[in-house]
Design a protein around this ligand. Structure first.
Ligand SMILES: Cc1cc2nc3c(=O)[nH]c(=O)nc-3n(C[C@H](O)[C@H](O)[C@H](O)COP(=O)(O)OP(=O)(O)OC[C@H]3O[C@@H](n4cnc5c(N)ncnc54)[C@H](O)[C@@H]3O)c2cc1C
Length: 308
């Protein structure tokens, strides 16, 4: 209770929309996760700057989330501050003049699917590969989201981040080491804005590509049940984690309320009552079995909050 009182006292000093003891299950696509001591939606750089200053002055742990579509949050929650981006970071602009190639400027809090649709409707191509990927642009850039062949880093021109010391830093694309599901943006930096290179495209050829991709997702992914996307990274370009898990007969393997999807073996679904501990137990079992049988140490793609 004393800890809760201390957070209540902090509330007035912070800037943005501040929620105390906020269940993270409300902010993750898994619908799993205990409370964050503080959940702060920062609508502007001023909010971010003020809140981070207070958080650091009080020696609190903090992290940033987008839409929580690649996250597992501990059942005990997170004893610190979870920041997320609000209004000022949800805008995007297409260039006023039409050119063969253009820079699309978008905030880190923009919902990626809105950006994909608007890019298509504005007659540009470049983001089709991202159709069906949930979450925010900031999360996508941090994770270097994409498919096995295409990822967002390839169309990034620059990324502007907010640093813990309150400064802004601009990375050009080649300043970062973009790899499979990793941008190389240092922990503790918050993606505020990106410039993405888009080209004028032919809607007639873009639309079928996007529709085919969405159809594939509907066929192969358990979209009607809470999940966090692929749990593991593929161990090699030519070896899929899902394929290995499937070959081990682990589709349908269940612990408590969490279950390996029957549609896609690299997805774990929440059957309604899953806890983070249930998901972790499945992750542990899969890693052990894959290592025993195939010698690969599977690495999680999902990110963890609140685990020591
Ligand atoms: C059904 C489904 C399908 C999916 N398909 C794909 C796919 O095809 N390809 C793919 O790559 N991913 C896929 N994902 C995973 C996920 O959607 C992506 O990783 C997405 O980009 C995460 O965005 P987010 O805003 O939800 O980030 P979160 O899950 O909230 O956070 C993920 C990580 O990014 C960090 N982060 C978030 N925002 C910022 C920011 N502004 N600045 C710095 N760091 C930040 C967080 O700290 C965390 O480490 C899928 C997920 C689901 C549920």
């Amino acid at each position: 209770m004393a800890v809760f009182d201390a957070y209540c006292e902090l509330e007035g000093a912070l800037a943005g929309t501040v929620l105390l003891d906020e269940p993270m299950a409300r902010h993750t696509s898994f619908h799993i996760g205990g409370p964050a001591a503080l959940f702060i939606e920062c609508a502007s750089i001023a909010d971010l700057s003020r809140s981070l200053t207070v958080i650091l002055e009080h020696g609190l742990s903090w992290t940033v989330v987008g839409k929580g579509t690649n996250l597992l949050v501990a059942d005990a929650g997170f004893n610190g501050a979870v920041l997320t981006l609000g209004a000022e970071f949800k805008r995007f602009n297409f260039p006023e003049e039409e050119h063969e190639e253009s820079l699309l400027v978008a905030g880190g809090g923009v919902i990626l699917s809105n950006l994909v649709q608007s890019t298509f409707k504005s007659g540009y191509s470049g983001l089709e590969f991202a159709v069906g990927i949930p979450g925010t642009l900031g999360g996508a850039v941090y994770m270097n989201a994409g498919s096995a062949q295409e990822w967002i880093g390839a169309i990034v021109e620059s990324v502007t981040v907010f640093q813990q010391n309150g400064g802004l830093k601009r990375y050009e694309r080649d300043d970062l080491p973009w790899r499979y599901r990793c941008s190389g943006i240092p922990l503790g930096e918050i993606v505020l804005e990106c410039e993405l290179r888009v080209k004028q495209g032919n809607p007639g050829s873009i639309r079928p590509k996007m529709e085919a991709s969405l159809k594939r997702r509907r066929r192969n992914q358990p979209l009607s049940q809470p999940n966090a996307g692929s749990i593991f990274k593929n161990p090699r370009d030519d070896v899929s984690a899902g394929g290995l898990i499937d070959k081990l007969g682990l589709k349908g393997f269940q612990v408590g309320g969490a279950r390996v999807s029957e549609m896609h073996a690299n997805f774990i679904v929440n059957k309604g009552s899953a806890t983070a501990a249930d998901v972790l137990a499945i992750i542990k079992k899969i890693r052990e079995r894959v290592e025993e049988e195939y010698g690969y140490e599977l690495q999680p793609e999902i990110r963890f909050i609140g685990f020591s």
